[in-house]
Design a protein around this ligand. Sequence first.
Ligand SMILES: Nc1ncnc2c1ncn2[C@@H]1O[C@H](COP(=O)(O)OP(=O)(O)OP(=O)(O)O)[C@@H](O)[C@H]1O
Ligand SMILES: [Mg+2]
Length: 303
Amino acid sequence: MTAVKAVGLRKSFKAQTVLKGVSLTVGQGEIFALLGSNGAGKTTTIKILATLLRADSGTAEVCGFDVAKQGRRVRECISLTGQFAAVDDILTGRENLIMIGRLRHLGDPKGEADRQLGEFGLSDAADKPLSTYSGGMRRRLDLAMSMMGSPRVIFLDEPTTGLDPQGRLAVWDTVRTMVESGVTVFLTTQYLEEADSLADRIAILHDGAIAAEGTAAELKRLAPPPKLVLSFLEQGGMAQAAEALAAYGPVPGALTLTVATDGSVNQTAEIMRRLENAGIEASFAQRPPTLEEAFLTIIKEAI
Ligand SMILES: Nc1ncnc2c1ncn2[C@@H]1O[C@H](COP(=O)(O)OP(=O)(O)OP(=O)(O)O)[C@@H](O)[C@H]1O
Ligand SMILES: [Mg+2]
């Protein structure tokens, strides 16, 4: 089952072409991350999928409905939490939720508000004005608002921007809990580690199109092979090793040398042999490629 399907979306603002043919597919119940740098067109893509903006050409379906021709049906099955959340500071958390429930014509906005307050751990703060909430609590309320009325597809535009690491982890946990109920989450992020730890599938938006798409593991395979990190007990050994391995361009750290390899056993063995022959004591570890390295490799290839 497909929750979101876009084919060849193009969008320009005056002379600036932002989307040059974006195609993507998101399965139902998936967490999908659209990854891209500032200004890549993430918000523009989300706005088109959520019917807030019209594409110049291309087609998109959400919940099986055409975003251009069946906008109302699309809006009935989605929720959108913007990059800059639209919550009312004077109202309490509960009042904000009830207001959203009314706007969405829910049968029992109060009951639904209470349920979401409980789900998102906000029951104690429910009757305090939002102006007293921390950044993390606000983000939780955003997510609670996005769940009001049980939408099938939830769009979250940069759900963790501006949060501290703890707040970010809390949002990740919350998003994971949200998909347990079967909803599809389409999120954007600039944080590679966020996409890595949260998303089932990731698409990298670069230069107006999807430059690469797959699971974090698949994308990492596009990255350079693992690096060898050698650790030394003292500077002397490290300097000696740097000389013995000069051909490999070792990168010095604090009593470490990081050596890029082609990932082969032969080359790794050769490096070890050189250290052994020089009588240098060292320990080693292999560092797998990070998603960051994959991202940079993919973007470089796309240029
Ligand atoms: N309504 C608009 N009118 C003119 N230009 C726009 C409009 N909306 C977006 N843009 C431009 O389109 C480009 C993409 O913007 P968009 O907001 O989609 O990027 P983004 O990937 O969400 O970036 P960020 O990570 O900063 O949120 C930017 O150069 C932006 O200035
Ligand atoms: Mg944006």
